[in-house]
Design a protein around this ligand. Structure first.
Ligand SMILES: Cc1cc2nc3c(=O)[nH]c(=O)nc-3n(C[C@H](O)[C@H](O)[C@H](O)COP(=O)(O)OP(=O)(O)OC[C@H]3O[C@@H](n4cnc5c(N)ncnc54)[C@H](O)[C@@H]3O)c2cc1C
Length: 433
């Protein structure tokens, strides 16, 4: 079966660009043309209008995780018990939320500045559960979210069913003020299409190594050419080891998602009077679900630590798993109503915090989006450009202070630990897939 991202299929395609050939020189090289790399390119071009900026991507630009994600622009995460108001982790949560709010503002600013049509809806989303036990300490959560500038409300029972058009969810915290939904492939394509002329983009150009030249420049090698640059920004997310950075304390996860055909007028009317919505699970392996503005249902209910990409037959099984989740929410839908199924890779860390660093003179890198890199990646791109340009700001300092991804055991111990943890999380999320 075809691994085809519905968001990409439903967005127009940008004209293709050539691959890198021969030797090039640049002031700045950005590796990876996803949200982070493209935002870094825009920021560098704004800060250094005379500079030669090159950006390369291993495949078509703007078609990696940045186009394949679920489209939640996250300002506020669901607070963990240790992060509740009055607990020891609250100060960190507060700082993360201020970064998240700045990140969601960055998305809004980019959309406005480049007039990006991406079905952006600034109307919040839900942390919702099927099993009420999966949403505990509701009062404390509402207080915590409201204390960090979110607008949070508890919704349950018939009121929730009316909002979502399904009785599957029993309780939820709706969270607004910064949290938004968008069509991810259209957002990242908008960033790509708006690149200024000062930025040269090469597609289908896989960087395989970085080497320091005797003249101090950094040479990035690809099969058909190389770029010698004064400064390099590595924006590879899950693929950061491909630039030879193996100490980021992040690891790749593979996720899969499906998008249905549009609901018919009759099916849509049967839901009642519903607006497009998005639901995040309170469990890491629970389902992310959306009802889109064009009346499709998107579901993402797998996340796996794998050492090999999913095969076609495995993807078919994931699609069936998506169909189970769909039917729980909308019994009229079946696997036959799924139009697109795809995979994507994200970069995770043990602490939930990113790797954001000056790796060595002239090389800067970020990874570890932990599933909320749509907004954070937009901000990190700009902040990485600022860091590399020698600029400083309180926001950059906050991001660097929080950038502690946590220690990971060496393989194969990590592989074993990850497999066990995923199994436990899958059991805990059973009611929420
Ligand atoms: C299914 C799914 C759902 C998600 N849902 C959400 C969500 O709702 N909200 C949210 O905030 N985040 C979500 N995420 C995470 C989000 O997609 C990422 O955090 C975000 O896209 C990171 O952007 P990026 O530019 O850093 O990385 P990417 O988009 O991964 O870009 C990295 C680029 O590097 C390129 N590359 C790889 N190797 C090389 C090489 N050797 N040389 C050159 N280029 C290379 C890739 O082709 C890719 O284009 C989700 C992720 C997935 C997979």
């Amino acid at each position: 079966m075809k691994n085809q991202c519905g968001w990409i299929a439903l967005a127009d395609t940008s004209p293709s660009r050539e691959h890198l050939a021969g030797s090039q020189k640049a002031d700045w090289l950005i590796i990876g043309a996803g949200i982070t790399g493209l935002c870094a390119a825009h920021s560098l071009a704004e800060m250094h209008p005379q500079a030669r900026i090159v950006i390369v991507d291993r495949q078509r630009a703007a078609q990696g995780a940045s186009a394949r994600n679920s489209g939640f622009a996250v300002a506020h995460e669901n607070p963990a018990t240790s992060e509740l108001l009055g607990r020891s982790g609250f100060a960190g949560y507060q700082l993360d939320s201020s970064i998240g709010l700045a990140a969601s503002q960055e998305v809004r600013t980019r959309i406005a500045r480049h007039s990006i049509e991406c079905e952006y809806r600034d109307s919040g989303y839900y942390f919702a559960v099927n099993d009420p036990d999966k949403l505990q300490q509701i009062e404390a959560k509402l207080q915590t979210l409201n204390a960090v500038g979110a607008s949070a409300q508890f919704v349950q029972g018939p009121q929730l069913a009316q909002k979502l058009g399904t009785e599957h969810y029993t309780a939820a915290i709706w969270c607004g003020n910064g949290n938004a939904l968008l069509q991810p492939a259209k957002y990242v394509k908008g960033l790509l299409d708006a690149l200024p002329d000062a930025v040269s983009l090469y597609e289908n150009t896989a960087i395989s190594s970085l080497e320091r030249m005797s003249n101090g420049l950094i040479r990035a090698n690809s099969p058909n050419g190389n770029v010698e640059a004064k400064q390099v920004l590595v924006c590879l997310n899950a693929f950061i080891p491909r630039a030879g950075i193996s100490h980021s304390h992040t690891f790749a996860m593979e996720l899969s998602a499906s998008l249905t055909r549009p609901l018919t007028d009759q099916e849509f009317a049967a839901l009642g009077s519903v607006e497009p919505w998005g639901v995040l699970s309170t469990r890491p392996l629970g389902a992310t679900v959306r009802l889109t503005p064009d009346r499709r249902v998107m579901i993402r209910n797998t996340a796996e630590y794998r050492t090999k990409d999913l095969s076609e037959s495995n993807l078919l099984k994931r699609r069936e798993h998506h169909a189970v989740g769909l039917q729980r929410r909308f019994p009229g839908l079946s696997v036959r109503d799924i139009q697109y199924t795809w995979t994507g890779h994200l970069s995770a860390s043990r602490s939930g915090q990113p790797y954001f660093a000056s790796v060595q003179p002239g090389i800067f890198a970020v990874a570890g989006c932990n599933g909320s890199g749509l907004a954070r990646g937009s901000l990190w791109g700009r902040l990485l450009a600022e860091l590399a340009s020698g600029a400083s700001s309180p926001l950059l300092q906050s991001v660097m202070e929080r950038a502690q991804p946590g220690w990971l055991p060496p393989r194969p111990f990590f592989d074993i630990g990850a497999a066990v943890r995923m199994r436990v999380e899958a059991i805990r999320a059973r009611t929420e897939i």
